[in-house]
Design a protein around this ligand. Sequence first.
Ligand SMILES: Nc1ncnc2c1ncn2[C@@H]1O[C@H](COP(=O)(O)OP(=O)(O)OP(=O)(O)O)[C@@H](O)[C@H]1O
Ligand SMILES: [Mg+2]
Length: 279
Amino acid sequence: MSAGSSRSAQLAQLARLLVDRVSIGYTSARGEQVLAVRDLSIEVDAGEFVAIVGPSGCGKSTLLNAIAGLTEPSSGAISIDGNPGAARLGKVAYMQQRDLLLPWRTVLGNARLGLELAGTDRHIADAAASERAERFGLGGALGSFPWQLSGGMRQRVALLRATLPDSGVLLLDEPFGALDAITRRDLQQWLAGVLERAGRAVLLVTHDVEEALLLADRVYVMSTPSGDNKPSITARVDVPLPRPRREETVTTPEFVALKAELMSALSATAPGPVPAEAP
Ligand SMILES: Nc1ncnc2c1ncn2[C@@H]1O[C@H](COP(=O)(O)OP(=O)(O)OP(=O)(O)O)[C@@H](O)[C@H]1O
Ligand SMILES: [Mg+2]
């Protein structure tokens, strides 16, 4: 075992989700090798809520796709519950940035999909999905098809589907992006409460700095890989604010100071991907 992989194995025992020095490349339309993520390390423990903020195009969705097992990193290791390797698909619940609802299934059919795939009895899955649908404001829409819903409703169905199975790791890519401010705050509160009790490891990608600070125990700032070989994570801000954090929390001096720190780290991030250096 190499020094690198034994370090990975040791760290992995400490975290439910460990991303250890991961780089992810792709081939551009012009045939060049481009790095979307460079040398990125993060960890999320059971019961922890971690957020990533970063400019558009810095590689956030690319990273979540790799954690979910939809793609493989070019280098580095991703471990779930101490198991490095490729068998991640199905071990994480993933709400992708685009809602990806199945058009031929109703709201209820879409919502229970994750439970169904995990082998839960159809009637039990239906009951669980229907019960939680009320809280998501979808109680009256269980028989509707995705094309009959607004963008915000589709997003709530996708969030409902991702949070229903009791998987250990939950990845959320801009889950509240298409929601109005009130629904957004309400579902944020709900998510914070439910996930705190469930002991899950949650990784949230968001553009909204206040959302990150209201929900997360720790926020990582991610930058677009540039020519200077620096890792994609350029700052880490711990959020020691007491819970529950409510709407009023955003006006406290502690919150305002953390927001200023995060905004300043964000404004230092560089836009646009660059060609990978020659091997
Ligand atoms: N397979 C691929 N083919 C072409 N380009 C890719 C590929 N994978 C990633 N990219 C590029 O890598 C960069 C990162 O994309 P990604 O979708 O991860 O960004 P993001 O941080 O999620 O952005 P946003 O906040 O807008 O959702 C973008 O410039 C994207 O075009
Ligand atoms: Mg994205």
